[in-house]
Design a protein around this ligand. Structure first.
Ligand code: FAD
Length: 411
């Protein structure tokens, strides 16, 4: 009997690893190939800017599966191999090695890559990005010296987490952000200010409303950051965290529908037959939001990978989870559920100055679009129920800690 064509998963990150795990859990016993451009087996990225970077967790803790798991589950894991071209009509995939693979079903879990800084001098030694385990190894080695002048470009999640890790070793840290507050586009000014206060309280020199004009080098290594409109910061190390770009090249060149990510329906099917996409690369139609949504969240990779695998096996799938994100910085732990818009009204339950509160974003009809619990735990289900309900809520009740959140989701 000829072997059936394999299910090929392109991208050995969290979404890809969870997809192959699900194929086996669902009883698929045909061949499975997991291709990864990185030399490492799949690992999780959140520890790279948190526990691992600050020295509180071992490198080994980041991996999704034990080393022997793939062979043990008859998954052909091929690391250090990039897929270079896709021919969906012929069910063929070309690899960087020159090989051609035929597939029965293909899953694209190619993730995202850091956006590069465009400023002059951005290619000097000492300018770093943080996406991969080797990036984190290098950064950790420098930061742990504790005597560096670190300039972080961009006060997004990665930039702020790196700033916190850098401070934990005692380095001097400045953060440069062109917008008026950290996390301005995600959280808006009020909640962005919570993170501004947090970092300033921990000794970070936070420069908002400030861009980078150029990086100045001495002997080929970065020595200072020239600011826009004015000023200069000395720097032994610059860490750039200015967002990521989805890895859509393979899909776009193959003629698949691509927007801000590979466009997939709620069953995570691309526009090409037998090709699915999940994780950071996928812009999935969200029945909850009534549009395509692409999020760069750990939980999305964790859950969409398995959903795409089930869909590829012909199971009935509707991916309709509420987006969920978390961060840890110093003694602040937070979870964010939903998709708020920066201009929306924010209502708080608890006092942001006190460090323990839940913030809610409300649209023009007083419907909760997102909630963020800061150092308050076990409320995610209730927050997500409110987001999912899409019903106007009483803002008075929302702000009142004596009214159980669970009572509000009913409208
Ligand atoms: C430092 C860091 C910290 C983070 N912290 C948090 C957090 O606290 N909370 C949170 O919710 N999210 C966090 N995230 C985001 C989260 O890690 C991502 O959403 C998640 O990693 C996405 O997983 P993925 O599998 O979709 O993509 P990726 O993790 O990007 O994996 C995709 C893989 O595909 C490979 N690939 C790409 N193209 C090809 C090709 N053509 N052929 C073969 N392989 C290819 C890539 O090399 C990569 O290894 C963090 C991200 C980073 C970088």
């Amino acid at each position: 009997m000829p072997q059936p064509e394999p299910v090929v998963v392109v991208g050995a990150g969290l979404a890809g690893a969870k997809a192959v795990e699900t194929l086996r859990d669902e009883g698929h016993d045909g061949p499975v190939v997991l291709l990864g451009a990185e030399p490492e087996r799949p690992y999780e990225r959140p520890p790279l800017s948190k526990q691992y970077l600050s020295g509180g967790a071992p490198r080994e803790g980041a991996f999704v599966h034990d080393e022997g798991w793939y062979a043990g589950h008859d998954v052909e894991l091929r690391t250090g191999v990039r897929a270079t071209a896709l021919d969906p009509a012929d069910h063929r995939l070309e690899l960087g090695t020159g090989e051609v693979l035929r597939y029965g079903r293909l899953l694209l879990t190619t993730g995202a890559a850091p956006r590069r800084l465009g400023a002059p001098g951005a290619d000097l030694a000492g300018v770093r990005y943080l996406r991969t385990l080797p990036d984190a190894d290098g950064l950790r080695a420098e930061l742990s010296a504790g005597d560096r002048r670190v300039v972080v470009v961009g006060a997004g999640w990665i930039g702020l987490e790196v700033a916190a890790a850098a401070r934990s070793y005692g380095n001097e840290v400045a953060v440069v952000e062109p917008l008026p507050t950290p996390l301005h586009r995600v959280l808006g000014p009020e909640m962005g200010e919570v993170f501004a206060r947090l970092h300033r309280a921990h000794g970070v020199d936070l420069r908002t409303g400030t861009g980078v004009r150029e990086l100045v080098g001495v002997g080929g290594r970065v020595a200072a950051v020239r600011l826009d409109p004015d000023g200069e910061l000395p720097a032994d190390l610059v860490v750039v965290g200015v967002g990521v770009v989805p890895e859509t090249g393979l899909a776009a060149a193959a003629g698949l529908d691509v927007g801000d990510g590979v466009l997939v329906d709620a069953a995570l099917r691309t526009s090409a037959p037998d090709v699915f996409a999940a994780g950071d690369v996928a812009a999935a139609f969200s029945p909850l939001h009534g549009r395509h949504v692409r999020v760069e969240h750990w939980a999305n990779a964790l859950n969409q990978g398995p959903a795409a695998a089930r869909s590829a096996l012909g199971r009935e799938v509707t991916y309709d989870r509420v987006p969920y994100f978390f961060t840890d910085q110093y003694d602040l732990g937070m979870e964010y559920s939903g998709l708020g818009a920066p201009g929306e009204r924010v209502v708080c339950r608890g006092d942001p100055e006190g460090g323990e509160f839940v913030a809610f974003w409300l649209d023009a009809e007083d419907r909760v679009t997102a909630g963020m619990n800061v150092n308050v735990w076990d409320v995610t289900d209730a927050v997500q129920a409110l987001v999912r309900a899409r019903q106007p809520v009483s803002t008075e009740h929302l702000a009142d800690p004596d009214v159980p959140l669970a009572d509000l989701a009913g409208g």
